[in-house]
Design a protein around this ligand. Structure first.
Ligand code: ADP
Ligand code: MG
Length: 320
């Protein structure tokens, strides 16, 4: 499309607030709606389209898992506890084997987090999967993109770049082999427990779906701050390091999407409480940089400071 995704949303759909019970409308990982004082319903919706978000012939069980996982990841990014989900399925024809596998992948993840499928829609057409997920979070504890403050530490759960490597492999762009990279791309593990633990503790949070540079920039822009990341601190698995070395594609981990990790910021005075909280995370988590007053996103690497925008990466992908 000629105009970017975010420009399109802003021009055609974003409107001034109308209702007092919309705490957070368009522009964050979830909408926050306040049906009762102090409690928020977090709501998100994501679509996966064959040929755009996944390759034709993708394992249907993995697809069922991923279509729910990407939505649970958005709930986690708000600090919400997932509760209900709706599924709109468009399929070319009702293939029982495909449906059995897809439903298994979807249901086992839903069961794991105690999320109930409460509705949806089924239509015939080119394969496309839309999931709407809902959860609850205390209004004061919710994690917004706009709450990063100068001096905050920047943290990232899990690891970076594996899903990007998985995509390179599936597209035949590298001869590297890495089953863990394919698994990360096709079966991302939403950081639900980390997100719930961070509610009321972290300042800003986002899930990394479009690449760390692009998604952290959403936090920076919404909060009116800048940041410097430390290359040495980035949690790059050995398969990703080997890929960087052999292909020379060192920016891939910052640019590639589909990691579904949480990137969040914590006030300097609370950073020493984080290790205690991480016991509830069921994943690793490391400090990767610092929020600064100076706008923009910088990277400390090999003794220099690289301005990520000046490197030509200011045009983050605006649509997928
Ligand atoms: P995420 O990557 O976290 O899923 P998106 O980049 O998809 O978020 O969306 C950014 C924001 O725009 C979200 O608040 C989302 O709800 C909103 N949004 C996306 N498409 C539309 C639309 N067609 N109408 C209204 N809001 C939209
Ligand atoms: Mg998101």
């Amino acid at each position: 499309m000629a105009i970017g995704e975010f420009e399109l949303i802003r021009r055609f759909f974003k409107r001034p607030p109308l209702r007092f019970d919309v705490v957070e409308g368009i522009g964050d990982d979830c909408a926050l709606l306040r049906p009762q004082a102090g409690k928020c319903l977090a709501m998100t919706m994501d679509t996966l389209v064959e040929g755009i978000h996944f390759l034709p012939g993708t394992n249907p069980e993995n697809l069922g898992h991923k279509s729910l996982a990407v939505n649970l990841s958005d709930l986690a990014a708000m600090g919400a506890t997932p509760t209900w989900v709706a599924l709109a399925l468009t399929i070319p024809q009702p293939d029982e084997n495909w449906l059995t596998a897809f439903a298994n992948g979807f249901k086992s993840l839903a069961d794991f987090y105690g999320v109930e499928l409460v509705g949806g829609d089924t239509t015939r057409g080119p394969l496309s999967i839309t999931v709407q997920a809902m959860g609850v979070v205390d209004e004061v504890g919710s994690l917004k993109r706009s709450a990063a403050r100068w001096g905050d530490g920047i943290y990232l759960t899990g690891d970076l770049g594996l899903a990007g490597l998985g995509l390179e492999i599936l597209l035949g762009k590298t001869s590297k082999k890495s089953p863990e990279a394919i698994a990360k791309l096709e079966r991302p593990q939403p950081r639900v427990n980390a997100g719930m633990s961070l509610a009321g503790f972290a300042n800003a949070c986002i899930d990394v779906s479009d690449g760390l540079a692009a998604d952290l920039s959403h936090i920076l822009n919404a909060s009116g701050v800048g940041a410097t990341l430390d290359w040495i601190a980035l949690p790059l698995p050995s398969a990703v390091r080997q890929y960087i070395e052999s292909e020379g594609d060192e920016w891939m981990p910052l640019m590639a999407g589909d990691d579904y990790e949480l990137c969040f910021t914590v006030s300097r005075e609370r950073e020493d409480e984080l290790p205690g909280l991480m016991a509830h995370f069921d994943c690793s988590c490391v400090r990767i940089g610092t929020i600064e007053q100076q706008m923009g996103l910088r990277l400390k690497k090999d003794g220099g400071i690289f301005d990520l925008a000046a490197l030509g990466y200011q045009h983050f992908p605006t649509s997928k």
